[in-house]
Design a protein. Structure first.
Length: 450
């Protein structure tokens, strides 16, 4: 008998994303994506790595599904590459792209694994970027058309759909900080992108309802619980700004149909018109969804700093950190889940990503021991369980990631997988100890030793 037991219907899974694992970047009629373009420009990515080959999952998906079966996954979250389906972003459909995902999904179902598809995990068709990308409102319309094609083609096979992965990263990391494709650094652009991405989510949610498909649809937000560095009034103001920027800017429109006033005021003081919102947009964005997906990696600790535009500065407390230099803070997951339950949704909530990067090595006997990741995952499983005990309607947990993969600006330098990919040896797959941990957890639907 496990000492921590999850609810009977709790779903265990692992997640990936198209550009990070598929490779085959120019095969079978696929169009160019903004990540193909961005990685092919020298200097954007560590070691100038690209996703051209990645884990070669496009050709090895059957082998990968066998590994998922070996781990015992209930569900697998993957993303669909928009330019594989519509090479130009709209217009002509590439049947081979549809076939790839159809084959993948059929094989998953045969293996008894529930497919969960994300429609957008950052690989926008370059042709749409050439017309302004997400800054252009038309992109929201094209996203909806693409979503409708996928509902029509695969709606009877895929029971769980996620419109977007992390609109905060799509807008701020890619268009304000410039670290991700397309690499812009302009606040107003980033705000318009955030709005159009959210709008496209609402449009696709509406089309999903109208399609009559018998599945569930949600959105995945990256959220981190924010803590003030001290009890001082000023640090609390800083924490509130940080929370508004990271979390509420995305949660409030989706669940409450409005943007947080605090930041709106700040933006309106800075620009005449920070970004364009049309009448009715927020009603569309706040259409009812079936679940919320959250990606949790770490917390934020912040301090007041009047020289900063948002009045906060992030602090790195003395603690344990992963290879990403992200603090290991499982309690942040419990606090976050409880807060979501209190302020935003009675669920269901899925953890659509949680995991850690460490510098894994192959041992002499060919195995890969990753004790830090094992510990990280165990502690976060416990933290999730505590939220369940507090009454949060948490329905499932996807570990990030099924396998080591292309970690965006960091290229192949950072390994998040529970399966090791030996890039020097024909992308050979090796199950890490963390994969065995997940297998045990799934078998017991919990953890044996607290
Ligand atoms: C993303 C993943 C990424 C992971 C680790 C999330 O922001 O959805 O694509 O690999 O975090 O950085």
């Amino acid at each position: 008998m496990a000492e921590i037991v999850f609810p009977e219907n709790f779903e265990w899974g692992a997640a990936t994303a198209s550009y990070q694992i598929e490779g085959a970047y120019n095969e079978d009629g696929k169009g160019e994506s903004i990540w193909d373009r961005f990685t092919h420009q020298k200097g954007n990515i560590a070691n100038n790595d690209t996703g051209d080959l990645a884990c070669d999952h496009y050709h090895r998906y059957q082998e990968d599904i066998k590994l998922m079966q070996k781990i015992g996954l209930d569900t697998y979250r993957f993303s669909i590459s928009w330019p594989r389906i519509l090479p130009a972003g709209n217009g002509k459909i590439n049947q081979k792209g549809i076939d790839f995902y159809k084959n993948l999904v059929e094989e998953l179902l045969e293996a008894g694994i529930k497919p969960a598809a994300t429609l957008y995990h950052w690989d926008l068709p370059q042709k749409l970027q050439d017309n302004g990308g997400w800054e252009n409102r038309d992109t929201a319309k094209y996203f909806d058309q693409y979503a409708q094609i996928m509902y029509r083609e695969l709606g009877d096979l895929i029971p769980r759909w996620i419109t977007h992965n992390e609109p905060m990263v799509v807008s701020m990391v890619a268009n304000l900080w410039g670290e991700h494709a397309p690499g812009n650094q302009e606040l107003q652009k980033a705000l318009q992108v955030a709005h159009n991405v959210l709008l496209s989510h609402g449009l696709a949610a509406q089309s999903f309802r109208e399609s009559g498909i018998d599945g569930e649809l949600g959105i995945t937000l990256n959220l981190n619980h924010v803590y003030p560095n001290s009890d001082s009034k000023k640090d609390q103001i800083a924490a509130d700004y940080c929370d508004a920027f990271n979390n509420r800017w995305f949660l409030d429109p989706v669940f409450k149909g409005k943007y947080p006033e605090k930041l709106m005021d700040l933006y309106q003081n800075k620009f005449d018109q920070p970004f364009e919102v049309k009448a009715g947009d927020l009603d569309i964005i706040s259409r009812e969804i079936d679940f919320l997906g959250i990606n949790y990696y770490s917390r934020a600790v912040v301090k007041y700093d009047e020289d900063e535009f948002y009045n906060f500065k992030t602090i790195k407390p003395e603690a344990e950190y992963t290879e990403m230099n992200w603090e290991v803070y499982p309690k942040g997951l419990t606090d976050l889940l409880k807060r979501l339950d209190r302020e935003y949704t009675k669920g269901p909530i899925f953890i659509t990503e949680n995991g850690a990067a460490y510098d894994d090595q192959i041992a002499e006997d060919g195995s890969v021991h990753d004790p830090k990741r094992v510990n990280y995952l165990k502690e976060h499983f416990k933290a999730a369980h505590q939220a369940l005990e507090a009454g949060v309607n948490l329905a499932g947990y996807y570990v990030w990631s099924l396998m080591d993969n292309f970690e965006w600006a960091y290229g192949y330098n950072k390994r998040f997988g529970i399966i090791y990919i030996d890039y020097d040896n024909h992308q050979k797959r090796i199950l890490k100890d963390s994969a065995r941990l997940l297998k045990d957890v799934i078998e017991n639907n919990g953890l044996k030793n607290k």
